[in-house]
Design a protein around this ligand. Sequence first.
Ligand SMILES: Cc1cc2nc3c(=O)[nH]c(=O)nc-3n(C[C@H](O)[C@H](O)[C@H](O)COP(=O)(O)OP(=O)(O)OC[C@H]3O[C@@H](n4cnc5c(N)ncnc54)[C@H](O)[C@@H]3O)c2cc1C
Length: 338
Amino acid sequence: MGSGIWVIGEIEGYGLHPVTQELLSKSRSLREELGEELSCLLVGHDVARFKEEPFRYGADRVILVEDSSLEPFSETQFGKIIAELAREKGPTIILSGATERAKAFMPIAQTILETGLTANCMDLAIDPQTKVLLQTRPAYGGNLMATIVCRERRPQMATVRAGVFKAEQLSEWKVGPVEEVELKDELRQNPLTQVAFEPKSDDEAIPDYKGADVVVVAGRGVAEKGLIEKLKVIAQALGGVLGATRPVTDMGLLPRHAQIGQTGQVVSPTLYLGFGVSGAAPHTIGIQGSKVIVAVNKDPEAPIFKLANYGIVGDAKEIIDLLVDRLRDRTGRGEQNV
Ligand SMILES: Cc1cc2nc3c(=O)[nH]c(=O)nc-3n(C[C@H](O)[C@H](O)[C@H](O)COP(=O)(O)OP(=O)(O)OC[C@H]3O[C@@H](n4cnc5c(N)ncnc54)[C@H](O)[C@@H]3O)c2cc1C
């Protein structure tokens, strides 16, 4: 038996980051296929209070490094700690969400450990014969999905996009062993000092794309300020969020965080409504979890129609106006609010 699968636990607000919950949930099946233990690493300042949460999502063990020197977050220090722990305990696999922090500390740990790291995976599995980790991610500009393996070096390391796997709490769970690790003095060296902390204002709050039930998407075919405003109104009236394809965010018509796809948000709404979206793979990779896809495009050959449950061939501008009118009639409110 090897030394297990490690999921790096990140904290957001008052609990485990959603992507950590998703990774732990997914890793339960990897653990069965591999026949090794599943551990969650909690490394940071004031993280001990979350040590029971990973067990809800299926962790067998928690490895806890609680140290005040870990505030503020420094990717160098964090990467070195992960590498040191991995050298000592020899995990078979290390997984982390592809968060901004992990994008910084995972390559540092990987370099120290002289192993491979596959970033932004969209799927993970264990090869039944060789027991190596199959790490699937978009390649060649998102036009194909490549499965990458790290045959020789250990640990096998991967980051995974948020929203790709489902977070599932166990109906029955109990707190397992928590291994507390003391940091060596040389690992307490944090190169950063926090001078001030200013949280983002509410104006900059990013909508919850991942948890949205309705996602309306503006494609290049509707890349005009007036149409985007109407789509905002439609999204709001349907209780959803407004996203965009990359050309639309590149044009600055919507903020960067509104981009849906391989290099943006991954969504899994009940209803996806795409206007003037062609259906290029880098975009559709991010909408595969949608239950119902409705696409409006003037080109009957647009690839999005291969994926759509309902396709409307026509001018999106006309459909948008019809929809705004219909929603206004239904809600009885003025166009401003719909
Ligand atoms: C490494 C890499 C990562 C990428 N990541 C992403 C990503 O995360 N998200 C993303 O979206 N893209 C991404 N892209 C870009 C992606 O390849 C496509 O270029 C992009 O998704 C296309 O956006 P679009 O469908 O809006 O535009 P287009 O492909 O130009 O399609 C516009 C569509 O609008 C239709 N249309 C035009 N006028 C009308 C009208 N009046 N009514 C109805 N339909 C109309 C046209 O028929 C056409 O099908 C990435 C590319 C690369 C190389």
